[in-house]
Design a protein. Structure first.
Length: 574
């Protein structure tokens, strides 16, 4: 039913009720409607009684008119002239909250919106916080309510198939830095896996309180490490892994977030929002995303100032970790430490070499600042920086070495034509290798115990295009790790990263070209969505040193196929 028809029904109902009121008045004044002993002359008492009866009849007709109008407003579904926009332009009507399902912003919301001049009156509190509105005013409940808090589930059930022409031993996601060479056994074997580990569960809760909007966001998957052999032999007992767990409060122009979130250094698609749908970590099925992307998920606290609709600025204090390599697998990217006992033992004690968990000392948190410029829906630009501090203690000389590290992030995305986005994000650092998915170490240690940060940077550039229920994408990603070497105390042995005759795991460059598609087979705001995805990935890595007779480089071909059901959910507008 359209608005014009609704207005006609309301006017007809009003006319009928008004006509009934007039008829009642005429009937009350006519002899036929009077008592049987009507004599033509009424006493004052009888006149008062007659007037009371007339007023009662009029009131009944007015009540009927009001009930008719309310029934039309509540029971009839009014299709808006255009779909109601979700709470944020990039959010859709399914609860995955990741930018993997194309065209969500163009989908109709689960609850059709009434025109404002026909919307029933509500209290101020109900208008500011939809979770305090009467539940029976919504035709389809898109969220759960606990008191004045709105809760929606988020996540998806996922089945991923991956094939590689080399056995990287990295599981579902690529380690990039550990692709084996053709002259070793692993380089002559291919691998195929089926996994549901990337399935994701969580929820989001929203509420307004004292002019402050709160968001709680939780998300976990099953990519945790169990350390047992029941993953592939018997039960497939994959361990849940915490991804996100944060609370965000915004009042006016100020916003504060605390908990584990995507780092502020992670590229955004719009503003500085921490929501996954507003971040750029590519559309890749690969759970490691694309080489060269600056990102991590870690604990921190951030403060964001919204200068207006166009400019947003923020600063964050995030969990530090002075990292010297090793997380890429097969000892990839690890630095060579001095032979002196006091310094050779700092790996795993004073510097993270991926053998221990959160037991390395850190002097200060990582400090990240970022500013975003969004002049319109078609363009986003951002620039940010990171400041880090490294410190180690030389027990042999009882001296300490402290060194700062820094990095710069610049990027943006532009809708060059309708539904086609050009995206670029670039990161360069002295001592920021940990933020490149651990593909580069942060620093080396010289023989005298001093610290030297390693130059490292990455880029991701590509296109994303939406065509109805299809999303197509292609990216180039690259990471470069600089050479940083020194001589050991004996004056002849080389140490550090990338020195002559160093291991071929001391990568100089890692590059990737990947293309993929995402097709929405079916979607409904009440029941969720079903998607099928595919991705092809070609990756190559080149070391700083190539031994005589060894291959100069290695490459890998990877194919992903993914089938996914995404949970439904619509967050009401605040």
């Amino acid at each position: 039913m359209n608005i014009k028809t609704l207005r006609v029904e309301i006017l007809m109902a009003g006319a009928m009720a008004a006509g009934c009121v007039v008829c009642a008045a005429q009937d009350a004044a006519s002899p036929a409607s009077s008592p049987a002993n009507y004599s033509g002359t009424l006493s004052p008492t009888e006149e008062i009684a007659q007037l009371r009866a007339l007023l009662a009849a009029q009131q009944r007709q007015l009540d009927t008119l009001q009930q008719t109008i309310e029934r039309i407003l509540v029971d009839k579904t009014v299709a808006p002239a255009s779909p109601r926009p979700p709470m944020h332009p990039s959010l859709g009507s399914v609860a995955g909250l990741t930018p993997v399902i194309p065209g969500l912003a163009a989908l109709p919301a689960a609850i059709p919106a009434l025109p404002r001049h026909l919307t029933p009156l509500a209290s101020t509190a109900a208008e500011s916080n939809p979770c305090e509105a009467a539940p029976d005013t919504q035709t389809v409940p898109p969220y759960l309510r606990v008191g004045n808090v709105c809760i929606i589930p988020n996540g998806f059930v996922d089945l991923t198939a991956v094939w590689r022409d080399k056995n990287t031993a990295s599981g579902l996601g690529d380690n990039f830095a550990s692709v084996p060479y053709n002259n070793v056994t692993a380089g002559k074997l291919s691998e195929f896996r089926l996994s549901s580990q990337f399935s994701r569960l969580g929820f989001r809760a929203d509420s307004d309180w004292k002019d402050t909007h709160f968001i709680f966001f939780n998300e976990f998957d099953f990519l945790g490490n169990s350390g047992t052999n029941n993953l592939g032999v018997t039960a497939g007992a994959f361990v849940p892994r915490l991804r996100l767990f944060w609370v965000d409060a915004r009042k006016g122009r100020w916003e504060v977030l605390g908990g584990q979130s995507w780092s502020l250094l992670t590229p955004n698609r719009s503003g500085l929002s921490p929501l996954p749908s507003d971040l750029f970590y590519t559309q890749s099925t690969d759970t490691s995303y694309v080489v060269g992307l600056a990102w991590t998920r870690q604990a921190g606290i951030r403060v964001v100032y919204h200068a207006g609709r166009t400019i947003t600025a923020g600063v964050a204090l995030e969990n530090p970790d002075q990292y010297i390599g090793g997380s890429g697998g097969l000892s990839a990217t690890a630095v060579t430490l001095p032979a002196a006992t006091a310094l050779s033992g700092i790996g795993g004690t004073q510097a993270d070499n991926s053998t221990n968990v959160l037991n390395t000392p850190n002097l200060l948190p990582d400090i990240i600042a970022k500013i975003a410029f969004d002049p319109g829906r078609r363009f986003h630009f951002e620039a940010g920086g990171i400041a880090r501090t490294f410190k180690i203690q030389n027990s042999a000389t009882n001296t300490a070495s402290t060194k700062p590290g820094s990095g710069l992030l610049v990027g943006g995305n532009l809708e060059i034509v309708k539904n086609v986005h050009l995206i670029s994000t670039n990161f360069w650092s002295d001592g920021g290798g940990r933020y490149l998915f651990g593909q580069a170490p942060d620093f080396i240690v010289r023989a005298n115990g001093s610290i030297s940060p390693i130059h490292a940077g990455g880029t991701v550039d590509g296109l994303e295009a939406r065509m109805r229920s299809w999303l197509l994408y292609g990216y180039y990603g690259g990471a470069y790790i600089g050479r940083d070497t020194a001589l050991d105390a004996n004056g002849t042995t080389k140490i550090g990263y990338g020195y002559a005759n160093s291991s071929n795991t001391n990568n100089r460059a890692i590059q990737e070209i990947t293309v993929g598609l995402n097709h929405t087979l079916w979607i409904d705001p009440r029941y969720g969505a079903i998607n099928v995805m595919g991705q092809y990935e070609w990756l190559t890595r080149d070391p700083w040193s190539v031994l005589t007779g060894a291959p100069k480089a290695t490459h890998d071909n990877t194919v992903y196929m993914d089938f996914r059901y995404t949970l439904p959910g619509v967050m009401p507008r605040f």
